[in-house]
Design a binder for this molecule. Structure first.
Ligand code: XIL
Length: 357
């Protein structure tokens, strides 16, 4: 008996749990949990990321430091869009994208490439291009082969096609659609796969959380492509949402998308506090709390999908100082304008640290 209790004491000492000497009460002997101050990337079972600006990476002290501290996946907010990569026909400007890829390699981060085919960020030479269907197809093929080929093996995943559907589920009438037909979507995936067979290829879209019609149309269209043998591996949910949005719909969008069996990426998450765009808006504690709840529930929903399908969560920007939404006052991200963690950040942490899923 004495033997047993001695070995228990020994074990407790080993675990660093025995705190004080003889006179202590039982309470004092209880383990004191250390506050968990590990960054998101260390507590998360899936990749966590942010969309970044190259000029901020180069010019704002602390910006890259915070990225390195918290995240293990990065997306270029604009640097890999067509207008930036290909300012003129057969001319490419790689400096910013190369800088971004070098940064990720040096810091051993995953890169999610964004985005190859979109109706926005079209260079003028493409917007004004006149050609036959075959010429449009070869324009698309050359562009995708060149970009994906340059970063083969370095960019883990790509948003190959972005925002090809309207809210009613019908195709958006983009230059790609108008000149090639819906076939452009399958072709884009095929070209990307040819250029880097190891890259994970996504269809990226917005609105899954506010339109059930669109959610279904996206999933049905992509599953149909998969069945036809098109190399599409995942669906990105942009999730530009706001504090008035129903929690249930946020969860539903993720759950229903995961039911396709494809990979799921929450690819551009931000949660606006001021969706009505009031120019005098000041954040209140109540609003920050509503925002926290939504960040927490999105992270928790991602914890609940099968690990093999989970491509992670990427926020659209690093801090409230950097968001695309802040021309009208807003505070949609995890860090405030001084790059300090907000309640939203704690919400994500709580969801990531929970073990009872
Ligand atoms: C936005 C950027 O954040 C802005 O800086 C830029 O001016 C326009 O594009 N959906 C997308 C992203 O897929 O590429 C968009 O990013 C936001 C909406």
């Amino acid at each position: 008996m004495k033997h047993i209790s001695l070995s228990i004491v020994f074990l407790l000492i080993l675990q660093g749990h025995l705190l004080v000497s003889c006179g202590s009460t039982d309470e004092e002997l209880l383990p004191v949990p250390e506050p968990d101050s590990r960054p998101l990337k260390e507590i998360s079972s899936f990749p966590v990321g942010a969309a970044l600006s190259i000029s901020k990476m180069k010019n704002i002290a602390g910006y890259s430091g915070l990225v390195k501290q918290e995240f293990n996946s990065i997306t270029a907010e604009n640097a890999m869009k067509m207008a930036n990569l290909s300012p003129a026909q057969d001319r490419y400007s790689w400096d910013d994208a190369d800088y971004f890829v070098d940064f990720a390699e040096t810091n051993r981060m995953r890169i999610h490439g964004h985005c190859l085919v979109w109706h926005n960020s079209l260079p003028n030479w493409v917007a004004n291009y006149q050609g036959t269907k075959e010429e449009w197809k070869s324009l698309l093929r050359d562009y995708i082969h060149t970009v994906v080929g340059r970063y083969k093996g370095k960019i883990a995943s790509w948003d190959v096609v972005n925002e090809a559907l309207l809210d009613d589920g019908t195709p958006r009438k983009t230059v790609w659609y108008n000149n090639i037909g819906w076939e452009y979507v399958a072709l884009a995936f095929q070209y990307a796969h040819e250029a880097d067979p190891g890259a994970v290829l996504f269809y990226n879209e917005y609105g899954q959380e506010y339109s059930k019609v669109k959610l279904k149309a996206i999933n049905d269209s992509i599953v149909k492509l998969v069945k036809q043998g098109v190399p599409v591996h995942g669906i990105g949910l942009q999730m530009h949402t706001n504090i008035n949005h129903s929690l249930d719909n946020l969860v539903d969008a993720i759950v229903v998308t995961s039911e396709t069996g494809l990979k799921v990426h929450v690819s551009e998450l931000d949660i606006a506090l001021n969706p009505n765009k009031n120019t005098a808006y000041q954040p209140t504690e109540k609003d920050l709390n509503e925002q926290m709840k939504r960040y927490r529930i999105v992270a928790a929903a991602m914890m609940n999908i099968p690990a093999g399908q989970n491509w992670g969560i990427t926020t659209w920007g690093l801090s409230d100082n950097d968001s695309w939404l802040t021309s009208i006052p807003d505070h949609p991200l995890l860090f405030d304008k001084e790059y300090q963690a907000k309640a939203a950040y704690e919400g994500v942490r709580e969801a990531l640290l929970r073990t009872d899923y």
